[in-house]
Design a protein around this ligand. Structure first.
Ligand code: ADP
Ligand code: MG
Length: 331
């Protein structure tokens, strides 16, 4: 579609590009690999992710947006430009309007950098938008009403919790505790409890397959390979979902506490709306088994995960341009 609206979710773990009329056309990890000697970029996205932890000395693979802060600004700029070109192609009739959702915690200077990079990549208009607003629109919430809604977006590096009303954020917080921390906690648990050293990717696999934030009705297990820290040799052990519950307890309760603190600061009328309408979860981290149940149990408020939690922010970001223009569009 020529001159169409584009929304980009510049996440700490994944970048997604949404094009109006086409949907999400690109989803790649926010990873860049470059040569330390020449400072040249070797790979971006999925290709670069495969290099994480496996690169020879002179090549380094980094996540420039780790923990919701742009640690490397030029790299982010190049990554953004690459993804825009990859999803839109170069020869365009009319330049698109692009809105970009940046992780909360990003500074004004960094926001400006993202804006400039987006213009340079060929946008005719650029809007930088707040994550909770994008997540809410993407989750199908009508944000234009004077009614409180609570959104909890759990990404890779940050969890963003906000109560929004009338298109704006009323109360919010962002904590640097999210999906990546679940993985770290599993690595630590395996070391402490089983003397087993596992990599981050194995930890993520455990989290996705059997990880639990709440007791499962039936225990599930998984065989995990790692290095025995005593003998130094490879070893396989069977891990249960109950063990992950134990491993993740501290991290999940930090998220619950943050939700609680936002509820405490929410004006009473809006808090009443939230308890009527429930809490909505988005982001890849919200796919952890039992998070809904845990938050619901601890707050007493109905909690549900958005239908497409991984793409909600990208879709919402794309639709925000229309919201800004004051148009209504339900596609
Ligand atoms: P960001 O917005 O920060 O880029 P995402 O919303 O893409 O992050 O979420 C990435 C996080 O979601 C990662 O930590 C990943 O391990 C986690 N994740 C993805 N799928 C699942 C799943 N099925 N269960 C638990 N965590 C998941
Ligand atoms: Mg995100």
């Amino acid at each position: 579609m020529v001159g169409s609206d584009i929304g980009i979710d510049l996440g700490t773990a994944n970048v997604l590009v949404y094009i109006k009329g086409k949907g999400v056309v690109l989803r790649e990890p926010s990873v860049v690999a470059f040569d330390r000697d020449t400072n040249k970029i070797k790979a971006i996205g999925e290709d670069a992710r495969l290099m994480l932890g496996r690169t020879p000395g002179n090549i380094v693979a980094v996540r420039p947006l780790r923990q919701g802060v742009i640690s490397d600004y030029t790299v982010t700029e190049k990554m953004l430009r690459y993804f825009i070109q990859k999803s839109c192609g170069k020869s365009r009739f009319r330049k698109p309007r692009i809105s970009v959702c940046v992780p909360s915690g990003v500074t004004e200077v960094e926001k400006k950098a993202v804006e400039d990079a987006t213009y340079e990549a060929g946008a005719r208009e650029v809007a930088i938008i707040e994550e909770p607003i994008a997540a809410a629109i993407g989750a199908g919430i009508d944000i234009s009403k004077p009614c409180g809604n609570m959104i909890v977006d759990i990404g890779g590096g940050t969890a963003d919790i906000a109560v929004i009303s009338l298109g704006g954020t009323v109360v919010s917080t962002s904590i640097k505790v999210a999906g990546d921390n679940f993985d770290d906690a599993i690595v630590r648990y395996m070391r402490k409890t089983h003397n087993l050293l596992i990599g981050e990717r194995t930890a993520e696999e455990i989290k996705i397959k059997i990880g639990s934030a709440y007791q499962r009705p039936e225990v599930v297990t998984m065989d995990v390979r790692g290095r025995n820290l005593v003998t130094g040799l490879p070893k396989t052990i069977t891990v249960t979902s109950d063990e992950t519950l134990e491993a993740l307890k501290e991290i999940t309760s930090q998220i619950v506490e943050a939700v609680h603190s936002v509820l405490e600061k929410t004006p009473p009328e809006l808090a009443a709306d939230v308890s009527d309408r429930g809490i909505v979860l988005t982001g890849g981290g919200s796919l952890l088994y039992g998070l809904e149940e845990l938050i619901e149990e601890k707050t007493g408020i109905t909690t549900m995960t958005a239908e497409e939690p991984m793409t909600a922010v990208a879709v919402g970001t794309g639709k925000f341009v229309e919201f800004l223009a004051g148009k209504r569009d339900d596609d």
